[in-house]
Design a protein around this ligand. Structure first.
Ligand SMILES: Cc1cc2nc3c(=O)[nH]c(=O)nc-3n(C[C@H](O)[C@H](O)[C@H](O)COP(=O)(O)O)c2cc1C
Length: 340
């Protein structure tokens, strides 16, 4: 009996299998952050293809928090109707839909704004030097995350993921490499995780009890002097009761990363976190085969498995994987005559 194709419930959201499409920027939004027909078709295709949970790409909580000028936004009520259409279209084909709410911090390349960060340290010489955030500005950004959550609920999305990974704003606060602040948002591990804790609280205040919350973290910065797995275990240990599932990635903080990449290379982080802290995790990173995905879930190394580029290449990956694992799943009725 396949574990990959067994359902899972997060709070009151029932998900048909353990296959996740992770957030992947499409760089296809209008300059006002508005989604369009590309997003409507792109996300629905993966629902038709059989994924259980689809997480919409990094969606900025304020304009200067966009990675590029073409990122989705959730800073205005005007964004709600199209997000709602995208959500309804995914749900119609049996998948659940989340959204990753994000702030790029110093990695923003949005042309009409100055990036912000815990301090004035640029990502690399190709990036603008960010402005140091005052405490008041930090509070405003936390408020923008909670407003984003309210809009995500109004758009009838099923799950929120807070982007705390890949060197974006929250990761910049968490890491001692980028956070040299001397106030309560820095100095100690407790100080550096304060913004994440407050963002989680602010999001939860607008996000209904019955809906789940995911947080994506870089388990390690892949940089000397950066976050190590033990630091991430400490952070998650302190916040685990407030978060329903942890999406475990790595890197993205610095321009000169260390370490290698191979199939399932981030799974050991998920495994350690899940089993040490008894919390739910999503594993991600160079997972492309049904066999590996099944082994990760069956081996209790993660509760769910995300396939990024593989689902870009093949939206129907879950349909093929079910065949490979000998599981008889429902195909979309329009495609039944093509069932393998
Ligand atoms: C085109 C593209 C866009 C991405 N955008 C995001 C994003 O918006 N948010 C995020 O957390 N990760 C993003 N990622 C990282 C993916 O979610 C995933 O973690 C990564 O691709 C590794 O998984 P894979 O080896 O299965 O592709 C992106 C990756 C790709 C290829």
């Amino acid at each position: 009996m396949s574990k990959l194709f067994s359902p899972i419930s997060l709070r009151e959201v029932d998900i048909r299998n353990r296959i996740v499409m992770p957030p992947m920027c499409q760089y296809s939004a209008a300059s006002d952050g508005m989604a369009n027909d590309w997003h409507l078709v792109h996300y629905a295709a993966r629902a038709i293809g059989g994924a259980g949970l689809i997480i919409v790409e990094a969606t900025a909580v304020e304009p200067r928090g966009r990675i590029t000028d073409y990122d989705l936004g959730i800073w205005d009520d005007a964004h709600i109707p199209m997000l709602r259409r995208i959500a309804a279209n995914v749900q119609r084909y049996g998948a659940k839909i989340g959204i990753q709410i994000a702030h790029a911090g110093r990695k923003s390349t949005a042309t009409k704004s100055t990036p912000v960060s815990p301090g004035p340290i640029a990502f690399s010489s190709d990036y603008k030097t960010p402005q140091e955030l005052s405490k008041d500005e930090i509070k405003k950004i936390i408020g923008a995350f909670s407003e984003g959550a309210r809009r995500a609920h109004q758009a009838e999305l099923d799950l929120i993921e807070i982007h705390g990974a890949h060197g974006y704003l929250i990761n910049q606060f968490l890491s001692p490499i980028t956070n040299k602040r001397t106030d309560e948002y820095g100095q100690t591990p407790e100080g550096r995780m304060r913004i994440l804790k407050e963002v989680i609280g602010a999001v939860r205040s607008e996000w209904p009890e019955k809906k789940p919350l995911s947080v994506r973290l870089s388990a390690v910065d892949r940089a000397h002097g950066g976050i190590e797995l033990k630091d991430t275990i400490e952070i998650i240990g302190k916040l685990k009761t407030e978060v329903d599932i942890w999406h475990i990635s790595s890197g993205g903080l610095t321009a000169d990363e260390i370490g290698t990449v191979h199939p399932g290379y981030q799974v050991p982080y998920s495994d350690e976190i899940k089993n040490r802290l008894d919390c739910k995790t999503i594993a991600v990173g160079c997972i492309t085969t049904a066999e590996l995905a099944e082994e990760i879930v069956a081996g209790k190394r993660a509760d769910m498995v995300a396939l990024g580029r593989e689902l870009l290449r093949n939206p129907y990956w879950p349909l093929y994987a079910s065949k490979e694992l000998g599981v008889d799943i429902n195909w979309p009725k329009q495609y039944e005559r093509a069932k393998i």
